[in-house]
Design a protein around this ligand. Sequence first.
Ligand code: S3P
Length: 174
Amino acid sequence: MPSRKNIILIGFMGVGKGSVAREVIKISDYMSIDTDDLIESMENKTVKRIFADSGEEYFRSLEKKVSHWLEKSVKNSLISTGGGFYKQKNLKNIGVVVFLDSPFDKILQRINSHPNAAKKLKKRPLLNDLKKAKELYEERLPHYRALADIVVDVTDKSALDCAKELLTKVKKHA
Ligand code: S3P
C-alpha cells in the first residue's frame, strides 16, 4: 500500500468523531485509532477516573505523550481525538486535520437522542456543567476552524454520509 498521510479528526465532545471514524473504516482501508482509548489503556482507567484522580492537567500530559507517539510512529491511519487534543502543538505533523463542525445545540441534541445519553454525558467530565461546556465550545470553535485543513459539517447528516464526504475531501486535498 502506498504511504498516505494520517487523517486526524478534531472537534467538540459528542460531535460524532467516533461514529464517523467507524464508518470511514467500513468503507475504506484506513484503520482507526482513538486517543482517549490509547490513554485509557495506558493508564488502565477511564478518562472520567483519570480526571477525578489526577486532574485535567495530568490528562493533557498524557495527550501530549500520545501526540508525540502518533507523529513518530503512526502512518496510514484515521486518528480520532478527544475534544481537547487540538491543543497539541504537533497536530499538523501528525496528518491532515479534519474538523467535524456542528452548532453546540445540535451536538447536545445528538447526545440526548442516544439511547445511552446519560452514560455519554457522565463519562465526559467537561460536559457535566452545560453552561461551562457551552463557554468551552465558544472558546474552542475558532481554534478548531483555524487548525482545519478540511471541514465536514456533520449537522443533521448520518455518520455514513459524513464519512463519504470526509473521504472525498481528503482525496481532493492530497
Ligand atoms: C475532552 C473530550 C473527551 C475526553 C476528555 C476531555 C475535552 O473526548 O478526551 O473528557 O477536553 O473536550 P471526546 O471529545 O471524545 O468526548
